[in-house]
Structure formats: structure tokens, C-alpha cells
Design a protein around this ligand. Structure first.
Ligand SMILES: Cc1cc2nc3c(=O)[nH]c(=O)nc-3n(C[C@H](O)[C@H](O)[C@H](O)COP(=O)(O)O)c2cc1C
Length: 379
């Protein structure tokens, strides 16, 4: 892991170390990937304002996210199947986040279960909830997250059903990995990955296995999962979840001004302006295009978080300037995990933190609360 200087280095290393089906799964967007590309392209076209002769000797990147103190305005977002990018990936990523003074979100579709992570890390983490048709199971997931002392529930609302990623179909992606000849040959060329995943706690969806009635055997579990995402999901469900979840609620997947205003009335602590990293509605606007409009519309009514395309501290600066209080990352830390396990995630966070710190200095700001529209160059 020498000579890693940026997130792109981690991406390239992860591509060499992780079997193709799982690397492609992490990298891809849905359908023609227009929204995936727009997330990056629209961040890059925002230019930062270079300021000089400002004393920026004492800088501080710390802030709070939904009331929790963090060393930088960034948390690790929910990523399904993290434990198949590296064995025990969820535990390793959570440890790296906590060691860096920030937070980790465990996906419903994780490999390590809520209980696996809770018993392996010392501090509360966040749990991301997908609402399934079986509301009894949804309630039990919420109760398990509460029992595991999760400090926030991240309710994902932009996946009433799963959009297609062409590469997953072509690669025959399955959980656990399908032992087809093509996959076996590819896996055989990634011995580090094979060792880490084989020595990991689990190879299937840890939050579902053993908790869903009548689900014996992995195949039926996978089938159950693909039919369980609930297209009837509505604001009534948000109300119900709010009424049974005792702690902070974050609504993730808001990309529309009207939806943002409705979300602000639910009693949730924050929204995440997000298009699921370009993995759901292809043709939707980039997250960064919608961020300032949504931030203006909700004002101080609800905390605004952002994700979609963050690959540098400069990107974080752009999002903070356009109205986000904090950012989530997906691929940036998953590349780190694939490249080097816990150390790789730690490097990813450290790169973003250092880049944000230098960017702040060169824009003439010393603290997160000083960052506003004023750091954007009018070109
Ligand atoms: C491989 C992968 C799996 C994901 N799985 C989930 C998930 O299980 N739940 C969820 O709410 N979001 C999921 N997301 C979306 C991320 O939480 C986040 O919104 C997105 O990755 C942000 O874009 P970025 O990857 O460009 O940072 C996933 C994203 C990726 C890349």
C-alpha cells in the first residue's frame, strides 16, 4: 500500500485484488450509467475560489452530524455486501471509521450481521434500513438495531425496487459467490481476497440468514431478497418507523424539493440528498445539481447531508459550500477496503481529510462552519 496518494490509486489497487464480479458490482451504475457519470462530472465543473493572504494557520475540520461529534464532515455510507469485498469488511470498515473519529453505516444487505458488528466494535454505529414487504421482519430489524445500540437509523427511500446494473446480470453476481468455472478462474487469480473472504465470519446476508422463517438454504434466501423490496413504501411507513425507532432517523435518497419538504415534516433529524450513487433512477439529475435547491427549500428545518460522486476533499468542499452539513461516501471507502482491508479504509478517510484541510486553507477558511457559497468561484 505504498505510494497511495489519492482515491483513484485505491480504486486501481482494488480492481487488481477483488474478483471482477464484486469489483464491477461496486463500481457500476444502473442502465446507461448517465446519472453515475453526471454525479462526477457536475462536481468537477464547480470551481473553488482561491483566496490569498488570509491567516489560515489554525484549521479545524471537526463538526457534528445529527448531534454526534466527528473529526471531519464525513461518514461511511451503507454499502451492501461489503464483506465480499474483503472478509469481515463491515467490521473492518466500522473500526477504521471509529478510529478516524467518524461514523459507519451498516447496510441491511450486509454480510456481517448487526450483532456481528456490535460485538466486534466498541462504539455505536448507524444501521441502514430497507423496508421489506414483511413488516414483521422490518420491525425485528429495527428492534435488533436498537438492541445493538445503533445511534441512528438511516432509512433508504430510493429503492422501492431494484434497478438493473447490466454488469451484475452479465457477471452472474450472486451471494454467496457462484462457483462457476469463469468465477473460479477469476477468483484463483486473487489469492488475498480468497483467503480474507474464506476466513471471514460469513458469506451470505448476515441480517437475513436465520432470521427469516421458512428460508432454509441460500438459494431461497437470495430469491426471497429479490422479491422482498417493497414498492408500496410510502410516507405512512416513515411515520410508522419514526414511531417505533427511539433514536435519530436519517432519510436517505431525497432528490426532489417537494420530497425534501415532506421529509422535513416527519420528525427525522436529517435527509441525505442522494441518487444512490447513480444506481437507481438512471436519467435522474446528479446529486450535486439538486443539493443547493433542496438546501434552500428546507432551510434550517432539517439537517442536510449529501452523497454521490465524492472522491476527494475538494468534492467535500463543493458539497459543503452548496448547502450540505456533511457527506457520505460509498465507493471511495469500498475501494480502500478492497485495496487493503481496514488499513485501506483508514487511508481513504485520511486522504479525504487531508485534502479537505488543504482545500480549506487555500480557500481561506479555517473551520467547517465558515464554509458557504462564498468559497465557490463565479466563473
Ligand atoms: C456497491 C454499492 C452498494 C450499495 N448498497 C447500498 C445499500 O445497501 N443501502 C443503501 O442505502 N445504499 C447503498 N448504496 C448507495 C450508497 O450508500 C451511496 O448512496 C452511494 O454509494 C454514494 O455514491 P458514491 O459511491 O459515489 O460515494 C450502495 C452503493 C454502492 C456503490
Amino acid at each position: 500500500m505504498r505510494n497511495i496518494t489519492c482515491i483513484e490509486d485505491l480504486r486501481q489497487l482494488a480492481r487488481r485484488k477483488v474478483p471482477r464480479a464484486f469489483f464491477d458490482y461496486a463500481e457500476a451504475g444502473s442502465y446507461a450509467q448517465e446519472t453515475l457519470r453526471a454525479n462526477r462530472a457536475h462536481l468537477e465543473r464547480i470551481k473553488l475560489r482561491q483566496r490569498v493572504l488570509v491567516d489560515v494557520d489554525e484549521r479545524d475540520t471537526s463538526t457534528t452530524i445529527v448531534g454526534e461529534k466527528v473529526s471531519l464532515p464525513l461518514a461511511l455510507g451503507s454499502v451492501a455486501m461489503t464483506g465480499l469485498k474483503h472478509g469481515n469488511g463491515e467490521i473492518l470498515a466500522c473500526r477504521a471509521a471509529h478510529a478516524a473519529g467518524t461514523q459507519f453505516t451498516l447496510s441491511t444487505m450486509s454480510i456481517c450481521s448487526i450483532e456481528d458488528v456490535a460485538s466486534a466494535v466498541g462504539k455505536p454505529f448507524w444501521f441502514q434500513l430497507y423496508v421489506m414487504r414483511d413488516r414483521g421482519f422490518v420491525r425485528s430489524l429495527i428492534e435488533r438495531a436498537a438492541a445493538a445500540n445503533c445511534s441512528a437509523l438511516v432509512l433508504t427511500v430510493d429503492l422501492p425496487l431494484l434497478a438493473q446494473r447490466h454488469c451484475d446480470v452479465k457477471n452472474g453476481l450472486s451471494v454467496p459467490p457462484a462457483m462457476k468455472m469463469k468465477n473460479l478462474i477469476n477468483m484463483a487469480s486473487k489469492p488475498g481476497w480468497v483467503f480474507s473472504v474464506l476466513s471471514g465470519k460469513r458469506w451470505t446476508f448476515g441480517n437475513l440468514a436465520g432470521h427469516v422463517k421458512g428460508m432454509e438454504g441460500v438459494k431461497s434466501l437470495a430469491q426471497w431478497t429479490s422479491t422482498q423490496f417493497d414498492p408500496t413504501l410510502s410516507w405512512k411507513d416513515v411515520e410508522w418507523i419514526r414511531s417505533i425507532w427511539p433514536r435519530k432517523l436519517i432519510i436517505k435518497g431525497i432528490l426532489d424539493i417537494d420530497d425534501a419538504k415532506l421529509a422535513a415534516k416527519t420528525g427525522a433529524s436529517a435527509i441525505v440528498v442522494s441518487n444512490h450513487g447513480g444506481r437507481q433512477l438512471d436519467g435522474a439529475p446528479s446529486s450535486i445539481t439538486m443539493l443547493p435547491k433542496i438546501a434552500d427549500a428546507v432551510g434550517a428545518d432539517i439537517e442536510v447531508m449529501f452523497d454521490g460522486g465524492i472522491r476527494s476533499g475538494q468534492d467535500m468542499m463543493r458539497a459543503l459550500a452548496l448547502g450540505a452539513r456533511s457527506c457520505l461516501i460509498g465507493r471511495a471507502y469500498i475501494f480502500g477496503l478492497g485495496a487493503g482491508g481496514q488499513a485501506g479504509v483508514a487511508i481513504a478517510i485520511d486522504i479525504l481529510k487531508k485534502e479537505l484541510d488543504v482545500t480549506m486553507a487555500l480557500c481561506g477558511v479555517k473551520s467547517i462552519k465558515e464554509i458557504d457559497h462564498g468559497v465557490i468561484a463565479q466563473v
